[in-house]
Design a protein around this ligand. Structure first.
Ligand code: GLU
Ligand code: MG
Length: 477
């Protein structure tokens, strides 16, 4: 992973809590929006899709016609706070926010505005959510991610992040859908089967300014994966939303349907949403050039150990669906054991060092046990908060694991501390509730909402077979 290069522009609204939406800021935003509207009109754009991701990981949208965009940029677009309590199935969990009163304002990030290449006439901008009083909404995942990045900056550290995207392509959405590219895993056959789709996708992402590093057919029938260059964490989460929207858009133009759901077949390997992270201090990647194992610095070890210790709790954010636990199985490359290892694809934390000579730009840690039902903003916030807690605690990583933990004896696993991660959502939610570094970072309101949404999801799927869970969740993210 490349850890150099400038960060792309940070959200102008994603500042610290002290920022308020006052008249001066609104006027500045209106003026910027006016020139953007002029440019978009020249590009024949008719409307902007303003999105945010809810607690259950679903991207929700309000469309704003071009003529109304300047007002939306200054004053926001209305959205009920009830969205925070939405489940992936659109049910509403019983929480304090689940009442019909109140309003929030979606403020499109003007720096991230981009024409959607697969949806001609549409542009897209991710939103931060503010109150009508001009204060940050405590439940806004994107603002939480930005605040957590600020906490890292206060510690003198800069993070770079990238989400891997995996998805399965189908011919339609009826019943048990037909895989569109049944050729062999990683096979050139599969690329031929969906050649036009694939090239249109890569062109669309290039037109949107997404820096794609690799695209390949994955293990599961008709599954593909795409990886992108690392960016500042909030930008990486935005990119995850944009990439998935674009994949879906290009697929629709080819009469295809796509699923990003954690599990698409039982038994089978699912769709992961691995998160790569590196840290630098004074421009130097702390995951390389240090005196520790594989060149780790004490700081990188402490940061990674903070994440490792909190993996069960992090699953409530990163594996937030009942379907996530159909994916998170031993020997499925999903990282079902709490351990770390260099290039170990069965460890929940895979250390990537890069090849000899490129370590300083390539070294990073990959969180593998997470999937794309996760809200990417909440996930970067949670993982960074866990890493920050690790930095405060200090101390090295335990012994690395160089094998598939599932193949080790119970004694050997116990000696290495490689515990099986939670096997159900309720256990992960309980671990989150008991983890002060995460509940403090999320704050009481968001913690309560997150737990309520997770419990409602666990209850809704209670008693369902894996096949029923897959059928109920395949098209939700
Ligand atoms: N599809 C696997 C998962 O569920 C990941 C495969 C890989 O890229 O290693 O996470
Ligand atoms: Mg993969």
């Amino acid at each position: 992973m490349d850890t150099t290069g400038p960060d792309t522009a940070r959200s102008d609204t994603a500042g610290p809590d002290a920022v308020r939406l006052d008249t001066a800021l609104r006027e500045e935003r209106a003026a910027r929006a006016r020139s953007l509207v002029e440019r978009m009109a020249g590009e024949r754009i008719a409307a902007v899709a303003v999105t945010f991701v809810d607690t259950a990981g679903v991207t929700r949208v309000k469309g704003v016609p071009l003529g109304a965009f300047e007002h939306a940029a200054a004053w926001g677009v209305g959205a009920t706070p009830v969205f925070d309590a939405f489940g992936a199935d659109d049910s509403i969990a019983a929480t304090a926010v689940a009442n019909p009163t109140g309003d929030l304002r979606l403020l499109p990030d003007l720096d991230r505005l981009v024409a959607l290449a697969a949806q001609p006439g549409w542009a897209w901008a991710p939103a931060d959510r503010w109150t009508q009083e001009g204060a940050p909404h405590p439940g806004c995942a994107r603002l939480l991610a930005a605040r957590t990045v600020d906490r890292l900056a206060a510690a003198g550290l800069t993070a770079r992040a990238a989400f891997e995207v995996e998805w399965v392509v189908y011919r339609g959405t009826d019943g048990e859908p037909e895989p569109a590219a049944p050729g062999p895993a990683y096979g050139m056959t599969r690329l031929v089967e969906l050649s036009d789709f694939a090239v249109d996708l890569l062109r669309a992402l290039a037109a949107e300014g997404v820096d794609v590093r690799q695209f390949h057919p994955e293990y599961t029938p008709s599954q593909f994966e795409l990886s992108v260059a690392p960016e500042a964490p909030v930008d990486a989460a935005d990119t995850a939303v944009l990439v998935r929207t674009t994949i879906r858009g290009v697929a629709a133009r080819h009469g295809l349907a796509v699923s990003f759901a954690p599990s698409v077949a039982d038994p089978g390997v699912g769709n992961g949403g691995h998160l790569h992270l590196s840290l630098s201090r004074d421009g130097r990647n702390v995951f390389s050039g240090g005196p520790g194992r594989f060149g780790l610095t004490p700081e990188a070890e402490a940061f990674t150990a903070g994440i490792l210790r909190r993996l069960p709790a992090l699953l409530a954010v990163g594996a937030p669906s009942v379907a996530s636990y159909l994916r998170l199985l031993p020997s499925h490359w999903a990282g079902a054991y709490a351990c770390w290892g260099r290039e170990n694809r069965e460890a929940a934390l895979r250390l990537v060092t890069g090849s000899q000579g490129e370590e300083t730009t390539a070294a990073n840690v990959e969180v593998k046990c997470v999937d794309q039902a996760a809200n990417p903003y909440l996930l970067v916030a949670a993982v960074l908060a866990a890493g920050l807690a690790g930095l405060e605690e200090g101390g090295p990583l335990p012994e690395p694991v160089h094998a598939d933990p599932a193949g080790l004896s119970d004694d050997e696993r116990a000696r290495l501390g490689a515990q099986r991660l939670p096997t159900d959502l309720a256990t992960a939610a309980a671990a989150f509730a008991a983890e002060p570094a995460l509940t403090a970072a999320f704050g009481p309101a968001l913690t309560e909402t997150l737990l309520a949404v997770r419990r409602a999801e666990a209850e809704a799927h209670g008693g369902r077979t894996p096949a029923e869970i897959i059928a109920a969740t395949r098209w939700r993210w």
